[in-house]
Design a protein around this ligand. Structure first.
Ligand code: ZN
Length: 162
């Protein structure tokens, strides 16, 4: 079967930047899985997946507008350091990724500058403004279960675990 709305897709990917350098890969762990047609992956990847079948491999180059959006200029905020979460180390440094709680839920930020009690963080996604190339191996395509459709996400290997 080919990928269409409410397919559960299991896949491996390599993600490369504009220079062809590997910035992320699923291949060291279990494959990723998502429910197609529900905005669970970036729009450009979802578009490229449409109609593909298990066993197919493809390369998709995705512009920022269909990936993580453009870089927002006014995305730098000053926060108390104690609001930053997610580092196993005690000291925050520029360039580190932190999580902060917002009214919209947990949000990933990049630490820009660290002071004594406060830190400047950039709330742009680390891949904002970047053209991304995905090299995808489609491993498995199946119909979503009733429960998965209800939840709006995939279960099982590479999906959500409750
Ligand atoms: Zn669920």
């Amino acid at each position: 079967m080919s990928i269409s709305r409410d397919s559960v897709v299991q896949f491996h990917y390599d993600l490369k930047d504009e220079k062809g350098e590997l910035i992320e890969s699923s291949k060291e762990g279990e494959p990723s899985a998502y429910l197609h047609g529900h905005g669970n992956v970036i729009p450009g990847l979802e578009k490229a997946m449409q109609g593909k079948e298990a066993g197919e491999s493809f390369v998709a180059t995705i512009e920022p507008a269909d990936a993580y959006g453009p870089i927002e200029e006014n995305a730098i905020q000053r926060l108390p350091i104690k609001h930053l979460q997610g580092s196993k180390q005690k000291k925050w440094k520029a360039g580190m990724i932190a999580w902060v709680k917002t009214e919209q839920g947990d949000r990933q930020v990049t630490v820009v500058k660290v002071g004594k009690f406060s830190a400047d963080v950039d709330s742009n996604h680390p891949f904002a403004g970047r053209t991304l190339t995905f090299e995808v191996d489609v491993l498995e395509v199946r119909d979503a279960t009733f429960e998965e459709k209800n939840h709006g996400h995939a279960h099982g290997v590479g999906g959500h675990h409750h």
